[in-house]
Design a binder for this molecule. Structure first.
Ligand code: CA
Length: 207
């Protein structure tokens, strides 16, 4: 799962990045409304965490533009304000949920899971396809009683494949989901990691 975090408070960005990565989410960040909107419009994210008070374009403007461009990615608004009016405005504009700062990290994670469940891309604690079970908390792949541990990128790749098990995914889609846009990774990493995952799949099969 890939999360876009649009937030201008550096301390909070660092804390949330650490928290979300611990939970095995891939995280990209933007620190102002305009660059955040650019990233959001790529449509590759599973969830967008959007602060309201942002430089250049505020969260409401970003949200309105995302929905206008028909991007359906779920949005969780972060607000420092407690006014009921803001929350109603946010939800009316197409936010899926909101959280008032300061919040407890456990609550943020629970809201994210709830949004993803509603989206039916179940991020409970395990994904099941046939005999294969992928555990999100430990990055372990099980086949019956046998198990094998996956590295982070291997996990993201297999997770993407298992969520979309009825679909054919392009190399571009896999690259965007696993590596995002924020880095200088080689495009042919996709082939390399597909071969790693294939080996893990084979070693997960009980002999
Ligand atoms: Ca802010």
């Amino acid at each position: 799962m890939r999360i876009l975090l649009i937030e201008d408070e550096i301390g909070l960005i660092e804390a949330l990045k650490t928290l979300l990565k611990q939970e095995n989410y891939a995280v990209d960040t933007a620190t102002d409304g305009i660059s955040g909107l650019d990233s959001a419009l790529t449509g590759i994210y599973d969830i967008i965490i959007l602060d309201i008070m942002l430089p250049n374009k505020n969260g409401f403007e970003v949200l309105a533009e995302i929905r206008k461009q028909n991007i359906k990615t779920p949005v969780l608004l972060l607000t420092a304000k407690t006014e009921l009016e803001d929350k109603i405005m946010g939800l009316d504009q197409g936010a899926d949920d909101y959280l008032t700062k300061p919040f407890h990290s456990g609550e943020l994670l629970a809201r994210i899971r709830a949004i993803l469940r509603r989206k039916k891309e179940v991020r409970s604690d395990r994904l099941v396809v046939g005999d294969l079970v992928l555990r999100q908390d430990t990055r372990e792949l099980f086949c019956k009683d046998n198990s094998v541990k996956l590295a982070q990128k291997e996990f993201l790749l297999l997770e993407t494949l298992m969520i979309n098990d009825k679909q054919i995914l392009t190399k571009e889609q896999l690259f965007e989901k696993v590596w995002g846009f924020d880095n200088e990774s080689e495009y042919n990493n996709v082939e390399v990691y597909v071969s790693f995952v294939r080996k893990k799949l084979i070693s997960s099969i009980p002999v």
